[in-house]
Design a protein around this ligand. Structure first.
Ligand code: MMA
Length: 178
């Protein structure tokens, strides 16, 4: 009799554990599902900005003529929109952006020499040598402290140039959560 009750008790315990596991799994799955939906539906980029991952990018239209400016002025214009100049940390970002740029123009990016070839991104993220896309032979001069993204010899890449040169630029910001 005692043995029987013990067995019954064990049975209840196991089914309780199974049910708890099932409920917890369902709760976890639905939390993931809801978080994913909310992320997809309730985040966005401003009109005309392009979304990649967790960021929005503004690329000047091919026909815009008023967008050439020095590096500093370009960064100021981004900053007035709550953005900053383009920061690139992966081949994926480099490819996504260059795909929507004109091969006939050059674009300032948010990378600058803070002195003696100490490269610094405008958003303060670390400069990672292993994720850089300099053209062959670049960077080429300590007098050139700002960086453009341009198309040379059939390839997109980075080139250091004087900061007072005037070029188009790409702005970037974190996507907006509503
Ligand atoms: C230009 C200028 C430099 C670049 C060289 C590469 C002549 O100078 O864009 O920044 O390094 O071209 O040939």
């Amino acid at each position: 009799m005692v043995q029987e009750r013990n067995l019954q008790g064990k049975g209840v315990c196991w089914s309780l554990r199974l049910w708890s596991a099932a409920v917890i799994s369902i709760l976890l799955l639905s939390t993931c599902f809801i978080a994913h939906c909310v992320d997809k539906v309730w985040s966005c980029c401003p009109k005309d900005w392009k979304l990649l991952g967790s960021h929005c990018y503004l690329v000047p239209t091919v026909t815009s003529t008023d967008s050439a400016a020095s590096w500093m002025k370009s960064e100021e214009k981004c900053s007035q929109m709550g953005a900053h100049l383009l920061v690139i940390h992966s081949q994926k970002e480099q490819d996504f952006i260059t795909n929507i740029l004109s091969t006939h123009a050059a674009y300032f990016i948010g990378l600058r020499d803070s002195g003696h070839r100490q490269w610094q991104w405008v958003d303060q993220t670390p400069y990672d040598e292993s994720a850089t896309f300099w053209h062959k032979g670049e960077p080429s001069s300590e007098d050139e402290k700002c960086v453009i993204l341009n198309h040379r010899n059939d390839q997109w890449g980075w080139n250091d140039i004087p900061c007072n040169h005037k070029h188009k630029s790409v702005c970037q910001m974190k996507k907006i959560y509503l």
